[in-house]
Write a protein that binds this ligand. Structure first.
Ligand code: GDP
Length: 315
């Protein structure tokens, strides 16, 4: 169990998941959180990271995503994704060991699992088949991070755990259409179409792929739970437990944004993995389960987005 005054470093605190982790840790009473902006600490830089760890000596480390993206970002920027993730995780995991942190939580991604595997995906299916080509570079970096944590646990007896999140969404998500995931992408598109009184919204791909979505506060809650309760090298999934098709998702977002035009599907854009539902029985057995509701939380996310957009326009 982490003490309330334990020194906790949250890497990636400027992204959606990192922001939620800081918010949830503060709400839970943790009062010794360490965060560094990019200008204070470039996590890709080995000597800067080493200096930081030697000076700060955090007791716990959460390694939240630093650089990631949706299907188009993975297709267009695979080099940036593999480089940044490998560098950052290698630096952090290694120096966390060197200064003997009590525990580190590494975040993987559900794209590490083979493109075709039995659904829902159990932790054991890792490395049993080929990856989905659109996100292979990113997935390889994440798999390297998991294997690095396991190797350090084995050789150095560290307590480094790897958590596999499903698709996460919520406030502070990346809403840039060129790099976003499907939820912020569709919220942005439907909102613009509604305001601009457009007649159609284009949905990428066939609409048939199925995805599972978890609200970011629920995910942060699960990470804190695992930091306190899970001490094994094997990866552990965190998800919502149910999936929906992109077509169904689009129609929920259509309803929430009150857009009254039509949906059209652009099948020149990739579908990516056909299914991506995680088996969450392992974390359920430990005593954690989902508290949120997809439709309600999509609405909350839209309200947050609308306020930001309206704020921009009033400037
Ligand atoms: P993935 O889960 O790694 O495939 O990444 P995404 O969240 O980016 O995409 C999920 C699915 O939604 C894919 O089949 C996309 O083609 C589809 N999709 C439909 N419209 C959009 C959109 O506007 N943005 C994104 N990112 N994906 C979309």
């Amino acid at each position: 169990m982490m003490n309330k005054d334990a020194k906790i470093f949250i890497a990636g605190h400027e992204g959606m998941i990192g922001i939620a982790l800081v918010r949830c840790l503060k709400t839970a009473g943790f009062n010794n959180l360490v965060t560094k902006s990019f200008s204070q600490l470039d996590l890709t830089n080995q000597s800067e990271v080493r200096k930081f760890f030697l000076q700060e000596v955090p007791e716990y480390v959460f390694l939240a995503p630093i650089k990631e993206g949706g299907i188009l970002a993975n297709t267009n920027y695979p080099a940036e994704l593999i480089y940044t993730n490998l560098q950052v995780q290698t630096n952090i995991i290694h120096f966390a060991w060197e200064i003997k942190v009590k525990k580190l939580l590494f975040l993987g991604s559900s794209c590490i699992y083979p493109k075709f595997c039995p659904q829902p995906m159990k932790e054991e299916v890792l490395l049993t088949g080929l990856l989905e080509p659109t996100n292979e570079a990113y997935a390889i970096a994440k798999i390297a991070g998991i294997k690095m944590c396991q190797a350090y646990n084995k050789q150095y007896n560290t307590n480094f755990i790897s958590v596999i999140p499903t698709n996460i969404y919520g406030p502070y998500d990346n809403f840039d259409l060129r790099t976003s995931h499907v939820i912020p992408g569709l919220i942005g598109k439907f909102h613009q179409a509604k305001i601009g009184k457009k007649e159609e919204v284009i949905i990428w791909g066939s609409g048939n792929p199925r995805r599972e979505f978890l609200y970011v506060d629920d995910f942060a809650d699960a990470c804190i739970f695992l930091m306190n309760n899970y001490n094994q090298s094997e990866i552990i999934n965190v998800g919502y437990g149910k999936d929906i098709s992109i077509r169904e998702l689009a129609s929920i977002i259509k309803e929430i944004t009150e857009f009254d035009g039509v949906l059209n599907f652009d099948d020149t854009k990739p579908d990516g993995m056909p299914y991506k539902l995680l088996d969450i029985s392992k974390i359920n057995k430990l005593g954690w389960s989902v508290k949120t509701d997809l439709k309600k939380d999509l609405k909350k996310t839209y309200i947050w987005f609308k306020e930001i957009e309206e704020g921009k326009q009033n400037k």
